[in-house]
Design a protein around this ligand. Structure first.
Ligand code: NAD
Ligand code: AHE
Ligand code: ZN
Ligand code: ZN
Length: 373
């Protein structure tokens, strides 16, 4: 019989406010739910985006965090696919296996719990978190900035116990998103020319994906040149700072590449850069994938002629990866040494230091900060 437990958590009380470390109550998992002890959580730009107040789905007070790794502490009635002690990665893109989306074979998005998840609630429309009796919202179905959190069973990928959760937590969002966008969404082929805009955790992971796909040329762009060394180590062939040019960067790339790139990836969340990323694609076939998340009210634009003449605009969530069935394989590939994760972990800190993680991100000094509980 599981009970409500106390948990240290970083609470976002309101938009733009620093997170506050609190002792919160975490209810036992209900039917179909699982309570996990979070071992580590990366801090992704999307956490900062929601904290800023720009996310139309932002709810406060909330416990943010969605790039975690943990151990199953208790399970609710009817849970069969994970057991106490299993190592798991929370999934903000669940996989129920039975909804229209899951059965389509066309997308990794799952519709089963999306409505309640977007409202910061569990599938029954209530929260498992509270402080002094007042409910606190969940976030992206994960809330990994808490020592203990509760998730639906369909939102957990069971992974190899030998994998270090302090590292593979990055597969809960950033690294899988970047690699997957290249390999699953764009399906970059050998010899292709690729441009990657924004060299944070997502863009650098897209470089890993492009190098694995044996892209012939990988052009990495950022306005912060301190990102270029790692980009080159991971396989970028050209590093470009758009600030070095006084004409639109799409024109620069088109000239550099004899007419444009085969694939581009926007990994920033800037709608002007999304336009550049589309327009630097080659006429007739170039494809641009939007990964970055833009704030409420922002819209993309281009001349329709760009599409009429064969360029394709796409988007990608969690790299097109179906978390329960496919993420364990990413963990295995990591364990087999196919790619590294510790290159990305520039800072680690306890939960008390979580606001520093946000500051480092905003100053452009970190790739990923990982919180160790
Ligand atoms: P980050 O802050 O670590 O990296 C962003 C990078 O973009 C930085 O290196 C920054 O210098 C660079 N940049 C900013 N403005 C630029 C400009 N005008 N031109 C060129 N470079 C510029 O962020 P991250 O964690 O890598 O996330 C990147 C984006 O991806 C965010 O919008 C995030 O919300 C989004 N995201 C989307 C998904 C998804 O599934 N679609 C998953 C994770 C993150
Ligand atoms: N809530 C925002 C959109 C946020 C968004 O696009 N989230 C991405 C994941 S970002 C991870 O760092 C995603 O997976 N989206 C698909 C989905 O179903 O949320 C808004 O604009 O309302
Ligand atoms: Zn993320
Ligand atoms: Zn589903």
């Amino acid at each position: 019989m599981t009970e409500t437990i106390k948990s240290r958590a970083a609470v976002a009380w309101g938009p733009g406010k620093p997170l506050s470390i609190e002792e919160v109550d975490v209810m036992p998992p209900q039917a179909g739910e699982v309570r996990i002890r979070v071992i580590a959580s990366g801090v992704c730009h999307t956490d900062a985006f929601t904290l800023s107040g720009d996310d139309p789905e932002g709810n406060f007070p909330a416990i943010l965090g969605h790039e975690g790794g943990g151990i199953v502490e208790s399970v609710g009635e009817g849970v069969t696919s994970v057991a106490v002690g299993d190592h798991v990665i929370p999934l903000y893109t669940p996989e129920c296996g039975e909804c229209k989306f899951c059965k389509s074979g066309k997308t990794n998005l799952c519709g089963k719990i999306r409505d309640t998840q977007g409202k910061g609630l569990m599938p029954d429309g209530t929260s498992r978190f509270s402080k002094d009796g007042e409910p606190i919202f969940h976030y992206m179905g994960c809330s990994t900035f808490s020592e203990y959190t509760v998730l639906p069973e369909i939102s957990l990928a069971r992974v190899d116990k030998a994998a270090p959760l302090e590292e593979v937590c990055l597969l809960g969002c950033g690294v899988t998103t970047g690699m997957g966008a290249v390999m699953n969404t764009a399906k970059v082929e050998e010899g292709a020319t690729v441009a990657i805009f924004g060299l944070g955790g997502i863009g650098l992971s897209a470089i890993i994906g492009a190098a694995m796909a044996k892209a012939g040329r990988i052009i990495a762009l950022d306005i912060n040149e301190s990102k270029f060394d790692l980009a080159r180590q991971l396989g970028a062939t050209d590093c470009v700072n758009p600030k070095d040019y006084d004409k639109p960067i799409q024109e620069v790339i088109v000239e550099l590449t004899d007419g444009g790139v085969d694939y581009s990836f926007e990994c920033i969340g800037n709608v002007d850069v999304m336009r550049s990323a589309l327009e630097c694609c080659h006429k007739g076939w170039g494809e641009s994938v939007i990964i970055g998340v833009a704030g409420a009210g922002q819209e993309i634009s281009t001349r329709p002629f760009q599409l009429v003449t064969g360029r394709v605009w796409k988007g990608s969530a969690f790299g097109g990866v179906k978390g329960r069935s496919e993420l364990p394989e990413y963990v295995e590939r990591y364990m087999a040494g196919e790619f590294k994760l510790n290159d990305f972990i520039t800072h680690t800190m306890g939960l008390d230091g979580i606001n520093d993680a946000f500051d480092l991100m905003h100053k452009g000094e970190s790739i990923r900060s990982v919180i160790h509980f």
